[in-house]
Design a protein. Structure first.
Length: 328
């Protein structure tokens, strides 16, 4: 005979208080600590996290009500190009949805859970320049403004800059120029980092950047990277003129990688200017990504991705775990 009791859930061998304590401990401690302190298998702890997250979400108001600005990004959680798609509420500073996989089909699943009123309330969607984000926003929230993230805009430039360095490095190796090869290797990190984040050694490498290659391609590419990074923080009027100047300079630089990037920047210029004007950014989403990476590391050994997502929602979704009150 089975009887319902208020202090336990169907299918669980533990009390609600024990599961709440276990879930809270998983948000602040690693696998070894949780398993050793509570004497439960790590697989069992993952199942507890999923049950606790389900109860907390059922008791809380819908996270999809009153959405105005959301951010979407994907983060890897296992080797082999396996990703989670994460959606963040920019205004309430929390993860509101996560699902295994990435791409249009996965992002569609998020919008399919929203009512017409909830979709209509979304005015801004931030993310990288992926076309699948554009198409989803156009279909499900046609009145929302699509905003590119400044972090990803700069990452386009740093990727192109690194391609320039690798090409020049390979050319120097083929020509047997050991000195140029050594200089190219020495500035690898100096050209990619912000100047105020350089170590003393990297700063020294940066001062010799102008003499790294005969035509100064790497130095000019680095200058364009810094110009693009700085104009994103300027007022919209000033940034508009600077971006026009940047595209002209990049398109006439005669550096193949930068010329190709200038076409992309020119094509996405309205979105970039909208990013500057509205002031929204995925910086908070990137911070959540760092926290999610820590959560993924803490959840190492979970058999099911649903348990991982549950732990992410507990740690980053604003769910309030109430620890059991001590009894006298």
């Amino acid at each position: 005979m089975v009887a319902a009791v208020p202090w336990a859930e169907p299918g669980s061998r533990f009390t609600r208080d024990f599961e709440a304590e276990c879930a809270w401990l998983m948000t602040v401690a690693n696998q070894k600590t949780v398993s050793g302190f509570l004497h439960v298998a790590w697989r069992t702890a993952g199942q507890i996290a999923r049950r606790v997250a389900g109860r907390l979400k059922a008791a809380a108001p819908s996270p999809f009500d009153g959405l105005h600005a959301i951010g979407v990004d994907e983060t890897s959680y296992r080797k082999g190009h396996t990703y989670l798609t994460v959606v963040v509420d920019h205004e309430r500073h929390r993860v509101i949805w996560a699902h295994d996989g990435y791409g249009r089909d996965v992002f569609d699943m998020f919008f399919q859970q929203l009512t017409d009123e909830q979709k209509a309330s979304i005015k801004v969607v931030t993310g990288d320049g992926a076309k699948w984000i554009d198409s989803c926003v156009h279909e499900w929230c046609p009145n929302a403004e699509r905003v590119l993230d400044g972090f990803h805009i700069v990452s386009w430039m740093t990727d192109a800059l690194d391609k320039v360095r690798k090409r020049l490095w390979n050319q120097a190796r083929r020509n047997g120029d050991d000195e140029a090869t050594k200089r190219m290797r020495g500035v690898k990190y100096a050209v990619l980092k912000n100047p105020d984040h350089l170590t003393d050694r990297q700063d020294e490498s940066l001062t010799t950047l102008g003499n790294t290659d005969p035509k100064g391609q790497l130095y000019r590419a680095w200058q364009l990277k810094e110009l693009l990074r700085n104009l994103l923080r300027h007022p919209i009027g000033q940034a508009t003129a600077e971006l026009r100047h940047w595209v002209f300079w990049a398109s006439h630089s005669r550096i193949p990688e930068i010329v190709e990037l200038s076409r992309k920047i020119r094509r996405r210029r309205p979105d970039i200017l909208r990013t500057i004007k509205l002031g929204y950014s995925n910086a908070r989403l990137e911070a959540f990504n760092n926290r999610i990476k820590v959560t993924i590391h803490m959840a190492y050994g979970f058999r099911h991705v649903d348990n991982l997502i549950a732990l992410i929602m507990i740690r980053c979704g604003g769910l309030d775990i109430r620890l059991p009150k001590p009894t006298n």
